[in-house]
Design a protein around this ligand. Structure first.
Ligand code: CAA
Length: 464
């Protein structure tokens, strides 16, 4: 049975900080953010928003747009790494909010859990729910998978320039109008690592930035190796001499902690895939420098990062490689459109890959390209660490959904924060009753209980 994404909706908070303002306040060159990282604006949550609110707002939007009633939804999964309770699952909060609109008990038989594995858990949730549909367990119902996060780093840390917030919800069913997942090719890699993690009770993560960048690329490459084997074994793809698996993917959507990480990861994967092909000889010849190798090619990530001479040469090689016509062609045709939303919104952790997918659809469609039948490859990464590579095919009915996508219109009501306002929000100095903007027809947080017997209980309302 086919299964995949029927529709997709996003909810982005109404506040943002501008990268140039931020750079100025931190004594950084704005070019480092805008050009180096590909960050122009970062979405920031208001005092009356948490990741559950973001998720519920996205869910309400997709349900209303598709005129779905709660009985149509068999499962609602929330994937997040911004969890605020160690036991109560975020989907229960979301259902509580939705029932304020649809009536108490309306979602009584909608199963689901909150899933966690840094930024990759949404992909596992999608896979599990796709298989629920493929197995025939859905019995005509749909699944909602919501990925929702607030990417918040310590003030003054190197991660602070890669923040953001938002939720993406995907409606899954057995007659998807947008994308059908390719069966029997989903591939994973996993390794116990400490590149980025958030111990209990800590609001912001502990991050080893450069380590996490390299680990992301290594883990995705390892998953791609398995994907390749599965795609060839299952007959999904057949390679002619001189071809790579990437030639059979029309688009590549990567996890985007900042938009340029997508480009970095693409360059890493393409180098790895092309190295054994005749085209590589020509590229190396045209570039005029050999591809560098670390002193210890079989060493650890630490030894590679500690090999300063290699790192410098590799950096120079990558920069040159990304300027080649061959790479530029791949970059422009397969990746660039997926980066547009990330530049305007920032890091969404679990949601960033899917914001990229939505961005890819909207901006490729705007180019006038017929997307029917195009294959989209997904490179998902979660610190800690696990990667997932999978793919899907855009469906003939895609236009029905994509023609109405308008990111700019959805972002238009945003308000730019001053750096002082941002810092006040970052330090949690204001309560939910003191929001920066007043919104209408949205779920908002009104109170977090502080009494001993009910500590942590959250109260939300739908702001009519
Ligand atoms: N003008 C133009 N470009 C500039 C510049 C300037 N003045 N100064 C620096 N740059 C460029 C650099 O050359 C670099 O580009 P390349 O990577 O192409 O070389 C880029 O700007 C960033 O510069 P640095 O690498 O020096 O930046 P940094 O070390 O200060 O911080 C970071 C970068 C490590 C990603 C940091 O922001 C961070 O720790 N972020 C959080 C962790 C993270 O996002 N990790 C990603 C992988 S893990 C993951 O994906 C999970 C997740 O969602 C967090």
């Amino acid at each position: 049975m086919a299964a995949g994404i029927d529709d997709i909706a996003i909810y982005i908070p109404r506040l943002y900080i501008d990268a140039a303002d931020f750079a100025k306040a931190r004594g950084l060159d704005p070019e480092k953010l805008q050009k180096g990282l590909g960050v122009s604006q970062m979405a920031i949550v208001d005092t009356n928003q948490d990741p559950a609110c973001l998720a519920a707002n996205a869910c309400l939007q997709i349900m209303q747009k598709n005129k779905l009633s709660p009985e149509d939804i068999g499962r609602l999964y929330v994937s997040t790494e911004s969890s605020f309770d160690e036991s109560k699952a975020m989907n229960s909060y979301v259902i509580g909010m939705l029932e304020q609109v649809y009536g108490q008990g309306a979602f009584e038989h909608c199963g689901g859990v909150e899933t966690k594995f840094a930024c990759v858990s949404g992909s596992y949730a999608l896979y599990d729910n796709t298989n629920w549909i493929r197995a025939g367990e859905a019995e005509g119902k749909h699944a909602l998978v919501v990925v929702s996060d607030i990417a918040k780093y310590d003030m003054g840390s190197s991660g602070e320039m890669t923040q953001g917030a938002g939720a993406v919800v995907m409606l899954l069913n057995d007659e998807p109008r947008l994308l059908t997942f390719d069966p029997k090719v989903t591939a994973t890699s996993i390794k116990d690592e400490y590149d980025f993690y958030r111990p209990f009770g800590k609001e912001t993560p502990i991050v080893h930035g450069q380590y996490s960048n390299l680990l992301y690329m290594i883990q995705v490459r390892k998953a791609l190796e398995i994907y390749k084997k599965k795609a060839l074994a299952s007959g999904l793809m057949k390679l002619e001499p001189g071809e790579t698996i990437l030639d059979h993917m029309d688009y590549l959507n990567m996890h985007l902690p900042y938009s340029n990480m997508g480009k970095k990861a693409l360059a890493y994967l393409v180098r790895h895939e092309w190295r054994q092909l005749p085209r590589w000889k020509k590229i190396i010849h045209d570039m005029g420098i050999p591809e560098p190798v670390p002193k210890d090619p079989r060493g650890t990530i630490e030894s590679v990062l500690g090999d300063e001479e290699f790192m410098a040469k590799d950096h120079e090689f990558t920069k040159l490689f990304t300027k080649t016509r061959e790479f530029q062609e791949v970059y422009e045709s397969k990746l660039a459109s997926s980066l547009i939303a990330s530049k305007m919104i920032g890091n969404l952790y679990t949601a960033s890959l899917y914001l990229g997918f939505r961005s890819c659809l909207e901006f490729e469609y705007q180019k006038g390209i017929d997307l029917n039948g195009k294959r989209v490859g997904f490179g998902s990464y979660g610190s800690g660490s696990s990667a997932m590579v999978f793919s899907g095919t855009i469906q003939p009915e895609y236009e029905e959904i994509v023609k109405n996508m308008n990111l700019e219109a959805e972002l238009a009501p945003r308000r730019k924060l001053t750096l002082q306002e941002y810092e006040t929000l970052h330090e949690n100095k204001l309560s939910p009753e003191e929001p920066m903007v007043h919104t209408k027809r949205e779920f908002i947080l009104v109170d977090v209980n502080t009494t001993t017997e009910s500590r942590g209980e959250r109260r939300y309302i739908f702001n009519e």
